[in-house]
Design a binder for this molecule. Sequence first.
Ligand code: KIV
Ligand code: ZN
Length: 527
Amino acid sequence: MKRVKIFDTTLRDGEQSPGCSMNLPEKIEMAKQLEKLGVDIIEAGFAIASPMDFKSVEAISAAVENCTVASLARCTKGDIDAAWNAVKGAKHPRIHVFLATSDIHMEYKLKMTREQVLKRISDMTAYAKSFCDDIEFSAEDASRSDWAFLAQCYTNAVRAGATTLNVPDTVGYSMPQEMAALIRYLREHVEGIENTDISVHCHDDLGLAVANSLASIQAGATQVECTVNGIGERAGNASLEEIVMNLRTRKDIYDADTGVNAKQIYRSSKLLSNITGVAIAPSKSIVGANAFAHESGIHQHGVISNAQTYEIMKSTDVGIPQNTMVLGKHSGKHALRDKLSSMGYDLDDATLESVFVRFKDLADKKKNITGADLEALVLQGQNLVRTEGSCQFLSHVINTGNGLPNTAYVKLERDGKEMEDVAIGTGPLDAAFKAVNRMLNMEVKLDSYGLNALTDGEDAIGEAIVKVSVADGESYTGTGLSTDVIEASIRAYVNGINKIIESGNLSAVATATPTGWGEYVLASDVY
Ligand code: KIV
Ligand code: ZN
């Protein structure tokens, strides 16, 4: 069976999509999860793009053991120097150079002739090769390039030392049969291509990124570039989970597989959504909330008689936790450890302890704790920030009603000290967030707010997702869980603020000292 390499670009092309930016600890967390998922290559960023991008690529290179770590670089010495300096600490470094080859990009963007492009590819691939053995060359907008010229570009890249040739459908324009024909053409016309990996990188503008990637595999591609949840520029990139599960479910057609541990798919998808605050559409294939739900009576009856009547995959194949009761109020730490371990979570003692505390807290409010609840608790724990100066939510009281001012009392702990404040707002959340702002003496702006039910039933866990920022600063995603949606929202708000504090953007953060009871905001300020 053919082995297809998975090149994950969630942290580079994926991060370029609106609302998906991640901070350094989040990128490292995600990179470690990608390693557990079993991807072959992690494209960690575009090192020259900003000092933050450089730092992220460098930190991921140090944090990852088994995967190759790649940095993107344009065909310039400055980009290649930055890429190499960022990945050189990796166990398996790769430099990924690219240059556009379509007539429209060469004329209007690069303002270069075909001859100049050919020479630049040779020179810069050789320059990258002088640092690193593993070189990928991408011909940007390959699918709209002249095929004969494109073959010449790839031939030059191979001669200069490229070990992977990537064929991007940059604008998502290709049809599957065209992509397949292009791969077959290149296999015949590029000198030395038999000694390289052939990669494809498909965008989803026409909804065909996965279909194009699969058609390319059938035509001989040995690497696919993709992202978790299909995030990426514009309509996104090919979705990793869809490619992996297509190959696995239709082995009869593709006779190909990847090194991905499919049981880590759901967790990777949830972690990304948790970090970025970008929700997964319920109907999203493989990882959406409805992907394995059977609503109609006919379907339910069929599935009960024989699951294969309507199911081509099992939800457990991709690691979706069962929604059945797994633990209760009286379950102890051992039972929790065993259950988590059977779900694939082997936590160290300190992490288990903190999950256990949150588990007990939840069990007080919710009778039956399901696999989905436990998964949420673990993911939430990964997202908690515990650096110096960060705050922990302790308690709240809300007074709300029709025609009454909405008042919120919130109590937090910061560096071992308890602090509390009260405020009035246009709604209970506005009041609670104002109380937090005043207590911390921060001008925090709420950029967006969302709420999801993570589990079913009247005692479902609510997950609040906020994006918060301080003056002219980056927006940070905070998430919070609780069976009480107001508590979940305050937790999310505090989690987002902790990320601002952790980022070191403290210019906007006064050194907060416990203020005790603050001054009340006058109702007339609000109404
Ligand atoms: O879409 C694209 O062409 C890219 C390249 C840089 C590989 O992202
Ligand atoms: Zn792309």
